[in-house]
Write a new protein. Structure first.
Lengths: 113, 115
């Protein structure tokens, strides 16, 4: 089955800096890669996703890149703000079967004002 | 349009009791997924249901755990004879469609504590 590795587990940055979270996956059949943000005491919320036919996608301060050959994808947050502090999860969904996403273990992002 | 609803938000049970977790998907969504989250870990898939059907239960423990999504009413995750190791946050997600590109919308979770 799919295996998703996510790094780092904790990331501490100063407000205004950029933050990068990286994930690798094992199943070459995976073709959908969502990123979720989870604030304390809440459920995960989708913030951006990318399909395997695209190499990069951007939404304001958030961007995701995908390298299918290397089987890794990354989340980039620019001009970080304290409200970006949360746990971020990457996931990979393989085509075929019941399309259940496999999640990384999460990255706790702390943005210091 | 209300989001995914889960109740209760917090549930405390003693060892050996039963826990029932409820999930009402977003309006118009017929696909429901249950996940378990342990502290500092990612979301682990448990079961995927459509109305009156279990589609994939490959992540569900073989004993004590069951799930249903009846024609009417919420989806229920039931844990019988709970043990301390069942303590975790349980999240439900729903989507309007199945398939590879389906966005899943998560509820706020039920935090189960087993004493």
């Amino acid at each position: 089955g799919e295996n998703v590795e996510q790094h780092p587990s904790t990331l501490s940055v100063q407000e205004g800096d950029s933050a990068v979270i990286k994930c690798t996956y094992s199943d070459s059949a995976s073709n959908y890669f969502p990123w979720y943000k989870q604030e304390l005491g809440k459920g995960p919320q989708l913030i951006i996703d990318i399909r395997s036919n695209v190499g990069e996608k951007k939404d304001q301060r958030i961007a995701v890149t995908l390298n299918k050959t290397a089987k890794h994808f990354s989340l980039h947050i620019t001009e970080t703000q304290p409200e970006d502090s949360a746990v971020y999860f990457c996931a990979a969904t393989a085509s075929g079967g019941s399309y259940i996403p496999t999640f990384g273990r999460g990255t706790s992002l702390i943005v210091h004002p | 349009n209300a989001g995914v609803m889960q109740n209760p938000r917090h549930l405390v049970r003693r060892r050996g009791q039963e826990a029932r977790l409820r999930c009402s998907p977003m309006k118009g969504h017929s696909h429901v997924y249950w996940y378990r989250q342990l502290p500092e870990e990612g979301l682990k898939f448990m079961v995927y249901l459509q109305k009156e059907n279990i589609i994939d239960e490959s992540g569900m423990p073989k004993e004590r755990f069951s799930a249903e999504f009846p024609k009417e009413g919420p989806s229920i995750l039931r844990i019988q004879q709970v043990v301390r190791g069942d303590s975790a946050a349980y999240f439900c997600a729903s989507s309007p469609l199945g398939g590879s590109y389906n966005e899943q919308f998560f509820g706020p979770g039920t935090r189960l504590t087993v004493l």
